[in-house]
Ligand binder design. Structure first.
Ligand code: FE2
Length: 143
């Protein structure tokens, strides 16, 4: 996965180098620290599942003819969303460049989002999610 740099304020993970400013919370570069173990390896999953599951579809119809869609859920067994234990955010990247963060609240949401990419975009989508109890997990898919 290469070098990983983690924002000490919001937990955003940057690939390769620390950015001048965090694209999520705008903290300066000096808030980032390199951490090779920022993302937990999939094989460390226990009974509770945290590795995101991703399905790519071409055209959900929301933007007719103009979107390709990445549907994300956290965990092959859906992750809990309770006040005590929940998925707090999901960051999405295209070709290792940050594109979006989804902040989740547990009271009314499932641990899932859909992302609508423009149809001319292609490459590797990386999804990183953060559980308040069990840390940060990732998966990749091809757009
Ligand atoms: Fe968890």
């Amino acid at each position: 996965m290469g070098r990983l740099f983690v924002c000490g304020v919001c937990g955003h993970v940057a690939f390769g180098t620390a950015p001048e400013f965090c694209p999520v919370c705008h903290s300066p570069k000096d808030k980032f620290a390199e951490n090779a173990e920022a993302i937990k390896p999939a094989e460390k999953e226990g009974k509770e599942k945290h590795v995101p599951v991703v399905a790519v579809t071409k055209g959900c119809g929301l933007i007719p003819g103009a979107c390709q869609d990445v549907h994300i859920k956290v965990g092959s067994i859906p992750h809990p969303m309770t006040a005590e234990h929940s998925i707090q955010w999901i960051d999405v990247y295209l070709n290792k460049i940050y594109v979006a963060r989804y902040m989740l609240t547990p009271a009314s949401l499932q641990a899932a989002v859909s992302v609508h990419f423009k149809t001319d975009q292609q490459g590797t989508v990386t999804v990183i999610e953060h559980c308040n109890l069990h840390g940060t997990w990732s998966v990749e898919a091809v757009l």
